[in-house]
Design a protein around this ligand. Structure first.
Ligand code: ZN
Length: 428
């Protein structure tokens, strides 16, 4: 099974200079060769399917690197959920998102769904971990009703060791730790336990993604060896950028990735206000009809447990002011949206996250990297996916205009000429 995408501009997803006039050969689901069109691979073996890339831009398929699929099938009867979630994964693919990382909450379904996604090019590839650690009564155990299942509550380093003995680390894509020291949120996972978990994961070659609430959590998690910090912090003083400055320096030195989930703070802060929906319409994330559907939903305007709108507003504004500072300090930013409560589709939440990075002042090539190569790096798969490079999984989006000049062709689906999933053209 081969395919040639001819005469296209290649954006490799690592922030490298785009290369115009390339032929991209795909074989057995991987990028097999990338070379100038003039060398004529498009005229090699007769009968090979050719996708005309002339005037187009080929970039890696996008990644949603932080979501919880449980939110999308929760109201359905159990037997219908699997098929529904496969449809959700197909929906991601239709909007150019070829990989999705679930960060926990659905132990009864996610391993089976992950296996099914890997076998089916018509849906986005799912990465999952149901290895989720938190403190005693820690987030989300007492915050989200019914989500105690699959979450390991740890009160000491010994507790962590006991749980780790019962886990088969080979079977998880990564580990998620809740290291949340927000007052009133139950106990924080003890730092000594976090260190034990990280050491065990690294020994098994797995990444540890650490949810934080405060700058203090973030600092300690980085020192403990976290691979990626999930969420931007609640600042000590919203007017003082020096806390972010210090954290950015620390993360850059340690090589820790950062997934700030600003689209979540924006939704929780402003989602109940009509101005927010108007802004999404102006920004091409939402249509008028989509806005009507959102406001008609029974959950619309409901507060999110333990995340007051005012606090999320502070968190959002601080993250938007300090994202360029993290970028300029060479912290590797990763795009992940976390929730899609006030969004027309789960995929749109990721596109909003990317758009917010750009609005904050992060250059588009870095925004594209945050949703492609950096996301693959977050889960330790950068050698085999997340880039347009020889040997990588052939997941890609073909656009009719340049997303490095301006991200808008990624947002406005009319600019998407094709989506390629494991070498198969799935939308054209
Ligand atoms: Zn989350």
């Amino acid at each position: 099974m081969t395919l040639i995408i001819s005469d296209v501009t290649v954006i490799d997803g690592t922030g490298g200079v785009p290369r115009a006039g390339m032929d991209v050969l795909i074989a057995d689901g991987r990028f097999a060769d990338i070379r100038p069109s003039s060398t004529g691979i498009s005229s090699t073996p007769a009968g090979e399917p050719v996708l005309d890339g002339h005037g187009g831009y080929l970039l890696p398929g996008l990644w949603e690197s932080h979501t919880h699929l449980r939110d999308y099938g929760a109201s359905l009867p159990e037997p219908e959920r699997f098929a529904h979630l496969k449809d959700v994964l197909a929906g991601y693919l239709a909007e150019g998102i070829t990989s999705v990382c679930d960060l926990g909450g659905m132990p009864e379904l996610s391993p089976r769904l992950r296996d099914a996604s890997k076998a089916d090019a018509a849906v986005a590839s799912l990465f999952t971990s149901e290895a989720v650690f938190t403190g005693i009564d820690g987030w989300p155990v007492t915050g989200l009703l019914g989500h105690r299942s699959g979450v390991m509550e740890v009160g000491s380093a010994d507790d962590a060791r006991r749980y780790l003995q019962g886990l088969s680390l080979d079977e998880v894509d990564y580990i998620k730790c809740m290291f949340d020291g927000k007052p009133g949120g139950g106990q924080r996972l003890p730092r000594a336990a976090l260190e034990v978990i990280i050491a065990a994961a690294h020994e098994a070659g797995k990444k540890v993604l650490v949810h934080i609430a405060t700058g203090m959590d973030m600092r300690e998690a980085v020192h403990a060896g976290a691979d990626c910090i999930e969420h931007s912090p609640i600042p000590q003083d919203p007017g003082d950028l020096s806390e972010a400055d210090e954290l950015a320096g620390l993360m850059a030195d340690a090589g820790t990735l950062h997934c700030p989930t600003v689209a979540t703070w924006e939704q929780l802060a402003y989602g109940a206000y009509p101005d927010y929906l108007d802004q999404l319409i102006t920004d091409g994330i939402l249509t008028q009809d989509g806005a009507k559907e959102i406001t008609a939903s029974p959950t619309y305007g409901q507060p999110f447990p333990k995340h007051p709108a005012q606090e999320c507003r502070v968190r959002f504004e601080y993250a938007m002011r300090t994202l360029p500072l993290f970028h300029e300090a060479n912290v590797k930013l990763v795009a992940g949206s976390d929730i899609a409560r006030v969004m027309p589709t789960p995929a749109r939440a990721l596109l909003r996250e990317m758009q917010l990075f750009a609005k904050a002042g992060v250059p588009s090539s870095a925004v594209i990297a945050s949703a492609t190569s950096r996301a693959a790096e977050k889960v330790g798969k950068q050698a085999t996916t997340g880039t347009v490079a020889v040997g990588s999984v052939a997941d890609a989006v073909l656009l009719d205009s340049d997303p490095v000049a301006d991200l808008s062709p990624l947002i406005d689906q009319r600019h998407v000429r094709a989506v390629v999933s494991s070498g198969h053209v799935v939308h054209h």
